[in-house]
Design a protein around this ligand. Sequence first.
Ligand code: FES
Length: 119
Amino acid sequence: MTQPYIVAKVADVPEGAHLIVEVRGRSLGIFNVRGRYYALPNACFHQNGPLCAGAVSGTVTAGPETNWQRAWGREGEIIVCPWHALEFDIPSGQCLAYPNRKLPTWEVQIHGDELAVLM
Ligand code: FES
């Protein structure tokens, strides 16, 4: 059964920041992307690198919205694995390089002045 686990104070994860916590024996990253909170595993599927120790960044995109020209975008929404630089969309856990690979995600709730992960 899913239940909330308090992991941090809201003030510990200001907008644009992230924090690594332990929940039920798992290492997770807690992210604040423009005021919304997300949780991802601190483990990259590639070689089990410490994903959430990486930098939050943007990424290079090219599509109809940029007339197929390379452009920097999505600043603050992407976590970059520190070992070999795979990029992941923080809100969804989607790996940008491998469309068929997605990390699990957990809901993060605000309980007063604390953050709780539902696991
Ligand atoms: S372990 Fe994350 S990219 Fe290799």
